[in-house]
Design a protein around this ligand. Sequence first.
Ligand code: RDL
Ligand code: RDL
Ligand code: RDL
Length: 154
Amino acid sequence: MKRIGIADTTFARVDMARAAVSTIKKEASVQIVRYTVPGIKDLPVAAKRLLEEDDCDIVIALGMPGPADKDKMCAHEASSGLIMAQLMTNKHILEVFVHEDEAKDEKTLAWLAEKRTAEHALNALSLVFHPQTLTRLAGTGQRQGYEDAGPIEG
Ligand code: RDL
Ligand code: RDL
Ligand code: RDL
């Protein structure tokens, strides 16, 4: 059975992992391994351990960068670490970050976090089970959370 790792944080103000688990359970029969850390800078090693020690096929890394400049810097560093962990393991880690200042109010933030997480959870399943699904969507302006940008009609 395929194994999907979910790394998440206590810093996030929405339980993003719950949205990931419920989407995955609806779509596929897989083993889910969850690993919660304090914040986004702790996600790279959590994801790497899920891939190497827990033998996951892919990891979904969930986090919420705050609105301050230092949070944006922190998100950039976390992102670089997640990319490094992917290159070290040769496996995908889907980074699902929802910046607190992407939404106009808390209700929208919660909705966005759940929606982006659910959409990237489907991307993770596609990458593991049927990557040709994504190839069919190439160039179509997909986004996660808010509406798709869509293709440019020529
Ligand atoms: O290793 C312990 C912390 O340094 C780590 O958990 C950081 O990711 C915590 N953190 C910050 O220190 C910060 O300035 C976070 C943010 N901003 C942030 O915006 N989002 C986080 N963590 O998830
Ligand atoms: O790992 C899942 C996503 O984090 C990853 O696919 C990102 O590359 C998606 N992405 C962003 O998160 C973003 O803020 C993209 C852009 N901006 C962008 O401008 N162009 C992209 N992806 O192709
Ligand atoms: O063009 C509007 C948005 O797509 C743009 O603001 C993105 O940068 C928003 N975004 C993130 O900031 C991010 O960290 C997105 C993702 N991750 C993502 O994974 N998918 C998105 N947007 O569609």
